[in-house]
Design a protein around this ligand. Sequence first.
Ligand code: FAD
Length: 337
Amino acid sequence: MAEIDKNAYKGVWVYIEQVDGQARGVGHELLAQGRMLADKLGQELAGVIIGHNVEALAKEVFASGADKVYLVDAPELAHYSTDGYAAVFTDLIQTYKPTAILLGATNDGRDLGPRVSCRVSTGLTADCTGLDIDEKTGLIAWTRPALGGNIMATILCPEHRPQMGTVRPKVFKRPEQDFSRTGEIVRVASKVKAEDIRTKLVDVIRIATASVNLEEAEVIVAGGRGMCTPENFCLIDQLADVLGAAVGASRAAVDAGWKSALNQVGQTGKTVGPKIYFACGISGAIQHLAGMSSSDIIIAINKDPDAPIFKMADYGIVGDVMEVLPILTEEFKKIKA
Ligand code: FAD
């Protein structure tokens, strides 16, 4: 492969994933990290917005720290499609040559990122949980769990550009927005035609109800194998109901068929960052902690006083979930009444 002129690549980009004109939270979380990386490199931070009738998002992107927005707005791009968005993104990279690109490790980001990185012949570090600049080389240091979550690996991309990575939602906090900030909007025409997109969106069926909107939830009540039966899991649902919380589950509870994979928190599930996380009958395996350790307050209920979850918890209740959960639900009901 021909050597590339790495000096020609400048600037940090963040992909601003949007659905129906609303930016997903992870875009803002990544703008905060992108700002930190761009400042350390002494380079610009840009947001990439692709969609239709999405120019209004630029204001929010500037408010979250970007200097520039690359905007590709066309009717064919109204909904995410692999063909359309990958073609547009590849074109943007080949024209404007950023040194680094951050995308959310969401369904769309996990589809788009690898495809684009392959088209521009570079590497991508998936599912990162830490970002920095490597002091020796000035490269982006992408950190992610490896070997089943037992070690953290830091990965560099020395030979190719751009350096690309997907980052899990809720690993990083959203920045404080400053709406007095403005920036430059670079409007780029889309070369994608409707016939280039091989998939057609026929219908959108919303299966993610409020109770599984884990990534945005402020309170999560999660249950594990300690709930013992699917019937007992309704104790989790009842507490969540009273608190207006989302319902989470450990992989053991999901594997047992008590909850859908949409509810799974952890390394192979969702990464969450609520204000309060109730871990009920969950032991605290490293793969579960990987998904919820950035919660502000963790409350653990477990009958084993030596369960590892208590090392991470801010408040611990040593007891049987079948007894403790109904008491909590009743008490919270009284407070609400
Ligand atoms: P257990 O470890 O069996 O713990 C059950 C707990 O309930 C125990 O601490 C017990 O004391 C307590 N208990 C039992 N009865 C009661 C009672 N009546 N009242 C109170 N407490 C009680 N796991 C995830 O959760 N998410 C992931 O994304 C994930 N990804 C993984 C990826 C890989 C590659 C691997 C290898 C594993 C992954 N796991 C994941 C599995 C993980 O290692 C654990 O097996 C799992 O988290 C255990 O779930 P648990 O805590 O519900 O069950």
